[in-house]
Design a protein around this ligand. Structure first.
Ligand SMILES: [Zn+2]
Length: 334
């Protein structure tokens, strides 16, 4: 049996067939057009699902699989969406990257897919889907599991006693919009000083771009491969930090403080067994994780406890580029 996972993003929709060992055996990608309306997107997704299933039945190696009707090869179809997925109504309440508000997304997709596939189709917020995927494929067996994804923003998911915590309105675990500075910068959510505006991967690069303008910044190694500050990206930033550039290291120290501040808040509230950090930026974690852990250990309320939260890097799927697809494929499990 196979699962289909679909990761709906602001610029493209990644889809794939996942086998029982959580490997992707077939993949495809659809561009999300700038002002695509929900119905067009739903039809494109349904089209993609049918293509993947058709490919699967053609590729079935053994006769017994070929004899099975192609829909029966599919155990579930899961979709991760970048917004609030209201499970009881099938609606996406709000997805700012897609420009969706109150869209009956799952309901309409099920109609297009027809009853046989509809009953196997689920959806979930994408950060929750990633947390489910990491929890299952990473073999965590802990009562309180928290995942924090450092990307364009900061996403998260919480799994408590094997259950995803969705909250009363499916909007739980928006860690990125926890304020760490009420006098801080304006966030797109309407608050000030949100965690993601200081500790996302995007925020780190913005902090580095700002530092480039200082007198020391002008001499920095950060300028080595770029012509304007806008050319700076995470990879170039970490390259300079690794080479010992004082400006880059200074920026990274500041970033560590912000990241530690948010993680300390999460620990003080939840005292989770584990906080898993994921996102492309964690590939450079050897340059910052120890500093973050030290600050957290100094600041947490429970600093004198014998047992404290482990902060670790993702070990399951989250480090692969396919976290969105595999996570989505597993959302029915919680
Ligand atoms: Zn915010």
């Amino acid at each position: 049996m196979y699962r289909i996972g679909i990761d709906v993003g602001g610029t493209n929709i990644a889809m794939g067939v996942v086998d029982e060992s959580y490997r992707i055996i077939e993949k495809k990608s659809i561009k999300t057009s700038e002002n695509s309306n929900p119905q067009e997107m739903i039809e494109a997704i349904a089209e993609g699902i049918w293509e993947l299933i058709a490919g699967l039945s053609e590729a079935a190696e053994n006769a017994s699989e070929k004899d099975i009707k192609s829909y029966d090869l599919i155990e579930t179809i899961g979709i991760g969406v970048p917004g609030t997925a209201e499970l009881d109504t099938g609606k996406i309440l709000y997805a700012n990257n897609l420009g969706f508000e109150d869209v009956p997304f799952l309901t309409e997709l099920k109609k297009v897919l027809g009853p046989e596939l509809a009953e196997k189709t689920y959806f979930e917020n994408d950060a929750n889907a990633a947390a489910i995927g990491e929890y299952i494929t990473g073999g965590y067996n802990v009562p309180v599991f928290v995942m924090v994804t450092l990307g364009t923003g900061i996403g998260g998911g919480m799994i408590i006693n094997g259950k995803l915590l969705r909250g009363c309105n499916y909007a739980a675990a928006e860690f990125g919009h926890m304020s760490i500075n009420i006098d801080g910068c304006d966030c797109n959510c309407g608050r000030k000083g949100c965690f993601e505006d200081y500790a996302s991967a995007t925020a780190l690069v913005e902090q580095a771009k700002e530092a480039l303008k200082s007198p020391e910044g002008k001499e920095s190694l950060l300028w080595k491969d770029i012509e304007t500050a806008e050319d700076l990206d995470g990879e170039k930033f970490f390259g300079a930090a690794k080479a010992g550039d004082a400006v880059a290291i200074d920026v990274l120290d500041g970033y560590c403080n912000y990241l530690a501040e948010g993680l300390t808040n999460l620990i003080n509230i939840l005292q989770p067994d584990v906080i898993v950090l994921s996102g492309g930026i964690t590939r450079a974690a050897d340059l910052f994780l120890d500093k973050v852990k030290e600050k957290v250990a100094r600041d947490i309320y429970s600093r004198t406890s014998k047992v404290n939260t482990q902060i670790t890097l993702a070990r399951g799927i989250s480090d692969s580029g396919d976290v969105g697809i595999i996570g989505a494929a597993l959302v029915d499990k919680m």
